[in-house]
Design a protein around this ligand. Structure first.
Ligand code: FES
Length: 235
C-alpha cells in the first residue's frame, strides 16, 4: 500500500500534537514504516514536506536509529542478539543459521527479515531473539530453528517472556507511531480546561524555551497546534 492522502493527513495529525512540529519526526517515521514496511524515499519526502525539513535532515535521523529501516522488512523481523552474553550462549550461531536458511538477511517470499541486535537488556535469558520486538529467551538451537519456521508459516508462537503473540511488522509500526492512541480526542477538552484556569497558558515562540508537554497533561499548558487552536491561543 503506497503512501497516499490518508497517510499525509495522519502525518499532519501527528505534527499538530507537538509545540514544535519537527518533534513529530520519530512517530512519523514509524507511521511511514507502517505503510511501506520501511522508511522509503517517499516516506522521507512526506516527513520533510509535512515538517518543513529537508530530506537530508529526515534521512539523517532515519539512518541514526536502528528501529528505522532503510530497506524492506518482511512481516516478521527477527532480531538476534549477538552481544557477548548471547553470543557465548549461541546467539551468533542462531543468527548465522537463520541467514543460511533464508539465503541472506531477507526472504521476500517468506516475509522474513533477520538482523543483528545489540544487547536487548535481558541477558539472563540469553540467547535472545525478538520477533517484531517481542522477546524469546533461553532458546536452544532447535527452539530457535522452530521459531524461524513458525515465522515462515506466518504463525509465530507467543513470546516465552511476555506471553504476547507478535502482530505483523507493519501493525507494530502503526502502534509505535501512536496515531491510533486516541490522544487527539483529549486535546480540545484539555485545552478548554487550561484556557479557563486561573493562570491560562500563553504561547511562546522559539524552540529552546518551549516546555515539552504531553497534550492535556502539562499544567503549564503548552501543547501543539491542535491544542492551541482548541484553547483559543494564537500560534
Ligand atoms: S547480551 Fe543479549 S540480551 Fe544482553
Amino acid at each position: 500500500m503506497p503512501i497516499d492522502d490518508t497517510t499525509r493527513e495522519e502525518a499532519r495529525v501527528l505534527a499538530r500534537r507537538y509545540p514544535v512540529a519537527r518533534s513529530a519526526l520519530l512517530p512519523m517515521l514509524h507511521l511511514v514504516q507502517s505503510v511501506d514496511g520501511y522508511v522509503s524515499d517517499d516516506g522521507v519526502a512526506l516527513c520533510a514536506e509535512v515538517l518543513g525539513l529537508t530530506k537530508a535532515e529526515v534521512a539523517s535521523v532515519a539512518t541514526f536509529y536502528t528501529m528505522y529501516k532503510r530497506e524492506q522488512v518482511g512481516d516478521w523481523l527477527l532480531s538476534v542478539c549477538t552481544n557477548p552474553t548471547c553470543q557465548v550462549a549461541g546467539g551468533q550461531a542462531i543468527h548465522d543459521g537463520y541467514v543460511d536458511a533464508l539465503g541472506g538477511h531477507h526472504d521476500a517470499e517468506a516475509g522474513v527479515t533477520v538482523e543483528h541486535a545489540e544487547c536487548l537488556g535481558i541477558c539472563g535469558d540469553a540467547p535472545v531473539v525478538q520477533v517484531n520486538y517481542e522477546m524469546y529467551g533461553r532458546l536452544s538451537q532447535d527452539e530457535a530453528d522452530a521459531l524461524l519456521a513458525s515465522c515462515r508459516r506466518g504463525q509465530p508462537p507467543a513470546s516465552n517472556v511476555s506471553g504476547v503473540v507478535p502482530p505483523v511488522f507493519r501493525a507494530v509500526e502503526r502502534e509505535l507511531s501512536g496515531i491510533d492512541d486516541g490522544v487527539d480526542a483529549h486535546l480540545a477538552p484539555a485545552a478548554a480546561r487550561q484556557a479557563a484556569a486561573a493562570n491560562p497558558p500563553a504561547w511562546r515562540s522559539g524552540e529552546t524555551d518551549l516546555p515539552v508537554t504531553h497534550p492535556g497533561g502539562d499544567p503549564a499548558g503548552h501543547g501543539g497546534e491542535a491544542f492551541r487552536a482548541a484553547a483559543g491561543l494564537e500560534a
